[in-house]
Design a protein around this ligand. Structure first.
Ligand code: HEM
Ligand code: HEM
Length: 128
């Protein structure tokens, strides 16, 4: 299986580039209409995905399962979908609301999956 840590970190830097580009666009234009999308692309995309990636780097056994792959896809698709929804909402497209809701559910399911992985793989008796 491809290294899950590398997958998370590669996706994280893509989110960082998109989130920062949106921040620069707002800063240059002086129109801070997409602050929420900018914040969540950076925080759910860059920061959260990077933290997931670093966890799997320090707990390599934890990344060797189908559950870890499910965690990766729920988190990645969740962060994309939630931010598409939020971007639409703040572009005055009300249809963005259910899109953001679906993304939020995927995102929290991703975190719940991660919680299971953390509890299974941490503790002084667990190999890394
Ligand atoms: C090139 C880098 C960045 C630029 C140019 C930028 C620009 C901006 C701008 C223009 C706003 C709107 C401010 C406002 O209207 O109050 C903002 C808000 C915000 N940014 Fe960034 N940003 C950058 C990177 C980041 C990163 C890396 C993160 C997180 C890791 C981040 C997190 C946030 C958050 C949480 C807010 C909302 C703050 C609030 O609600 O008061 N930004 N940013
Ligand atoms: C399922 C995941 C999440 C959902 C559904 C969610 C939802 C929200 C909502 C509804 C707001 C208020 C937006 C508004 O005032 O219009 C908000 C703001 C904020 N959230 Fe989240 N959030 C999530 C995850 C996170 C995470 C993981 C972080 C940080 C690591 C974060 C950081 C923030 C910050 C800093 C703000 C204030 C931004 C601002 O006022 O511009 N959120 N979030």
């Amino acid at each position: 299986m491809d290294n899950i840590s590398g997958k998370f970190i590669r996706v994280a830097v893509i989110f960082a580039l998109v989130g920062m580009a949106l921040g620069i666009k707002m800063a240059i234009s002086g129109v801070h209409d997409q602050t929420q999308a900018h914040a969540h692309i950076n925080l759910l995309g860059w920061v959260t995905m990077m933290l997931y990636g670093l966890f799997y780097r320090s707990h390599e056994n934890a990344g060797q399962s189908r559950l870890a792959l499910a965690h990766f896809w729920l988190s990645t698709l969740g962060a994309i979908v939630i931010n598409v929804g939020v971007y639409l909402i703040y572009s005055d497209v009300p249809e963005g609301d259910p899109v953001a809701a679906v993304g939020s559910i995927a995102t929290i399911l991703g975190m719940a999956t991660f919680a299971v992985i953390v509890f299974k793989n941490t503790g002084s008796d667990k190999p890394r």
